[in-house]
Design a protein around this ligand. Sequence first.
Ligand SMILES: Cc1cc2nc3c(=O)[nH]c(=O)nc-3n(C[C@H](O)[C@H](O)[C@H](O)COP(=O)(O)O)c2cc1C
Length: 230
Amino acid sequence: MNLLLINASPRRERSLSRQLATAFVSQWLALRPHDAVWERDVGINHPPLLTEAWIAACFTPEDQRTAAQSDVLAYSDAAIDELARSDIVVIATPRYNYGMPAALKAWFDQVIRINRTFSFDRTETTWPLSPLLSGKKLVLLSASGEFAFRPGGLRERWEHLEPHVRTCARYLGVSANDVHHVAIEYQEFGDERHRASLQGAISAAKALASALATAQSPHPRSQQENSNAS
Ligand SMILES: Cc1cc2nc3c(=O)[nH]c(=O)nc-3n(C[C@H](O)[C@H](O)[C@H](O)COP(=O)(O)O)c2cc1C
């Protein structure tokens, strides 16, 4: 099994979302020590923003692209390849201005790509996905300065992180039931509520890792690869 970790905090040392990611991944590896973990650290190494040249390259059939057009898609190709090989995607991110940080949005923009991961079929209600992307699980690990973004909470209407990630999840090959979210809140308060939230989230991340690691059976692509390898 392959786990893809997307870290989106620009903070290396004091990041709470990275702390949550470490708890999740170490618990996963404790149970599945032979699994591969790849990290794409978009918080430190920002994905390129989309340009007119990038869009034109996407709409140019692969066998007609110039070398420059292939170059412009190189980051996207690499990020999509590692996404396609993954069985579980773990996104660890801060909440910035009520949604995802720009660097994480830039990663989504690079991997959700017309004519590569999805196509237009105007007879369908949703755009068809490439078969490369299916059967994945998504774990969102977030850290917020404020609190009460859950349904019924004080800031429910300002919650633009989880709903956005859930909407985009389909385009990563994740079905709605396979999205999980563990959140740290109250970082700005630094009080007992924050300490309780942090401890609760670390326990929840470990429990989620245990549940997914033990329940997880490889999706068809992995089974195919395994049988090819043996
Ligand atoms: C630029 C910026 C914008 C932020 N916007 C919000 C926000 O809208 N709502 C919120 O709850 N916290 C907000 N925060 C607080 C962060 O979500 C919080 O510090 C979190 O712990 C950051 O994640 P990290 O610890 O992994 O770096 C913001 C922090 C920064 C630096």
